[in-house]
Design a protein around this ligand. Structure first.
Ligand code: ZN
Ligand code: FE
Length: 256
């Protein structure tokens, strides 16, 4: 039996994701942006929250924890060991290489520093699922707030190396704005052009654009393609090291 997934928007552009292991009833929230909509989604589904898997310490990812604990006092809260002090109240501190079970399903913890210094991602290898938090977005990536861009770039390359069919869930629905920026630096990319049209249609219809997939990101996400000649040309950085082109892309996106 596999995992059932329920994804919805909360706050303005955060994505809440619930994972349910039907075999055991175990249910996890990936991050906790806002307790109220998560609690009502759980009630609608008839699921009891057993776990919260936090990716990083930013308020829009952890502020729902106390409200969820009030309703589900036995919930186990797991999160990045390196940010345990900032988050507070973790039941389990996780680092690269750790494993965490949601019922019968196993996630590997990947250390992906950059957006924050201890950011982690959760990879359910057998289920072909990745929860990337604010490290990798559809056609974009998080800002390098707490590490040099090269550190974030290395983390993104690590995610890009996961199996191509891996479905990727992200912390935010930023896809439309990311597509616009991606087209500005990779205008001849036909796969990107078609994808930009497809996501515009989805959003116009009030639909979410996630999950994405690793192979689709490798083909269309400029931040994973910083070593490509076409992108380096549009930056005026021909033959630059990929990490340097990545830093220039991140800068340009910050100003966009
Ligand atoms: Zn964040
Ligand atoms: Fe965020």
């Amino acid at each position: 039996m596999s995992l059932e997934i329920h994804q919805f928007l909360c706050l303005s552009d955060n994505l809440c994701v619930l994972l349910h292991d039907a075999a055991t009833g175990a249910t996890a929230a990936i991050d906790a942006p806002d307790a109220t909509p998560i609690i009502s989604a759980l009630a609608t589904k008839g699921w009891a929250l057993s776990d919260i898997l936090l990716t990083h310490h930013h308020a829009d990812h952890i502020q729902g924890v106390p409200g969820l604990k009030a309703v589900f006092p036995h919930v186990r809260v797991s999160g990045p060991a390196l940010e345990a002090d900032q988050i507070g109240g973790l039941d389990r501190e996780l680092s690269e290489g750790d494993k965490v079970m949601i019922g019968t399903r196993e996630a590997q913890v990947l250390g992906v520093p950059g957006h924050t210094r201890g950011h982690i991602a959760y990879w359910f290898a057998a289920d072909h699922l990745l929860f990337a938090g604010d490290t990798l977005f559809a056609m974009g990536c998080g800002r390098a707030f707490e590490a040099p861009p090269a550190v974030l770039y290395r983390s993104l390359m690590k995610l890009a190396d996961l199996p191509p069919e891996t479905q990727v869930y992200c912390g935010h629905e930023y896809t439309l704005a990311n597509a616009r920026f991606a087209l500005s630096v990779d205008p001849e990319n036909q796969t990107l052009r078609r994808r930009a049209e497809a996501v515009a249609a989805l959003r116009a219809g009030g639909r979410l654009t996630l999950p994405t997939r690793i192979d689709l990101e490798r083909a269309t996400n400029p931040f994973l393609r910083a070593g490509e000649a076409a992108i380096q040309r549009s930056l005026g950085l021909q033959d630059a090291p990929a990490a340097e082109a990545f830093a220039a892309l991140r800068e340009a996106k910050n100003r966009a």
